[in-house]
Design a protein around this ligand. Structure first.
Ligand SMILES: Cc1ncc(COP(=O)(O)O)c(C=O)c1O
Length: 379
């Protein structure tokens, strides 16, 4: 079946009422029919029918064997970083969500795990940074916020040649546009708060594994069951409902994004536009091979930091806010928001500076978004 159909129907099976919308099960615990018998549900932290339906749907959409729905994207990243042990070395894209860098550098280095940041869009450079202790490569593609494109298939091969895992944060594209597990990645994760939710009304995370029998998947199962970072039933249901319109939303957002990126390229106050749907983007060809769309995240630089900051206060339709992926267009100032705690060295290396703005394009009329940006960018 095609993605649009899978997104609408997921793995929904009908109960005796024929309910089209999945029921919300709030029960914390479940009655056993008799000694040593179970309905399949014993205790809500371990399994919940509504969350199960979401997890099965996400495994289906990402073409994985097992998925877990968690309380945030950071909870998903935290579970993944649990897989590494003292003495391990992990390579990460140098341009990625600042919260991931904070978790790795400020917390996991306490356990003697070494993290190194590299431009994973440069395969040779990434290969040169592999060490005997390297146990994982963690990427975002498109990267955040500079929109660099990394070759998932080549990085999966590189990781596997060294018995390491390839982990992909697929938040920016969603499975509607990119399915890293089909390209050899081992683990995919999402801040489901973004495109999967799409309405800026829940915080959630998703993990999906390619091979449910692999040791890393068994370990994740153990961490999640033991630590309890699961998504509650009401939020699981909201996410299931949102996923039904994922394709419609992201296709429309992506169409809007292309129009806006093309317009930004012509704007006298804009010096650089970073959007992978533009043929001038260095990752344009690779993106066509490994994804079926470009998403709707655009970063751009304006003539001065002063202009960037002033524009944020002049918006009418667009909201100056952190986050992305919702139906509302948001403008972010990464240096002070999503990447505020990024080490200066990484900022300098990636080019993230005080003139950079990041636009998450929504489903409004593209012309209205352009009109708002145009007036905000007037000197
Ligand atoms: C790419 C990416 N990954 C992970 C996260 C963390 O997700 P959450 O905020 O749902 O914990 C974010 C949050 O902005 C993000 O943008």
């Amino acid at each position: 079946m095609h993605d649009f159909s899978l997104e609408v129907h997921g793995t929904h099976t009908f109960d005796s009422t024929g309910a089209i919308s999945a029921p919300i099960y709030t029960s914390a615990t479940y009655r056993h029919p008799a000694f040593q018998q179970s309905t399949g549900y014993d205790y809500g932290r371990v399994a919940n029918p509504t969350r199960d339906e979401l997890e099965k749907t996400m495994a289906l959409l990402e073409r994985g064997e097992r998925s877990w729905a968690l309380s945030s994207g950071m909870a998903a990243i935290n579970m993944v970083l649990h897989l590494f042990r003292p003495g391990d070395h992990v390579l990460l894209s140098e341009d990625l969500y600042g919260g991931t860098v904070r978790l790795a550098n400020d917390i996991y280095t306490r356990y003697n795990i070494q993290f190194e940041y590299v431009d994973t869009a440069d395969l040779e450079l990434t290969a040169a940074h592999i060490k005997p202790a390297t146990k994982g490569i963690f990427i975002e593609t498109p990267s955040n916020p500079m929109m660099r494109i990394s070759d998932i298939q080549a990085l999966a091969k590189l990781a596997h040649d060294h018995e390491a895992l390839l982990i992909v944060d697929n938040t920016f594209l969603s499975p509607h546009f990119q399915k890293p597990l089909t390209l050899g990645a081992d683990i995919v994760l999402h801040s489901a708060t973004k495109y999967l939710c799409g309405h800026n009304d829940i915080i959630a995370g998703i993990l999906v594994v390619r091979d449910a029998q692999a040791d890393y998947a068994q370990q994740l199962e153990l961490f999640i069951k033991s630590e309890g970072p699961n998504l509650p039933p009401l939020d699981s249901w909201l996410l299931l409902r949102s996923i039904k319109t994922l394709g419609l939303r992201v296709e429309r957002q992506s169409e809007n994004a292309l129009k806006i990126a093309q317009w930004l390229q012509t704007h006298p106050a804009v010096t650089d536009v970073y959007y992978v749907g533009l043929p001038s983007h260095p990752g344009y060809g690779l993106q066509r091979c490994q994804a079926s769309g470009n998403g709707s995240m655009i970063s751009f630089k304006v003539k001065s930091a002063d202009l960037a900051k002033k524009a944020l206060g002049k918006l009418h339709l667009i909201c100056f806010a952190e986050s992305l992926g919702g139906v509302e267009t948001l403008l972010t100032y990464p240096l002070a928001q999503t990447h505020a705690e990024m080490p200066a060295e990484l900022l300098a290396r990636t080019g993230l500076d005080d003139r950079l703005l990041r636009l998450s394009v929504g489903i409004e009329e593209a012309d209205d978004i352009i009109t708002d940006l145009d007036q905000a960018l007037q000197d």
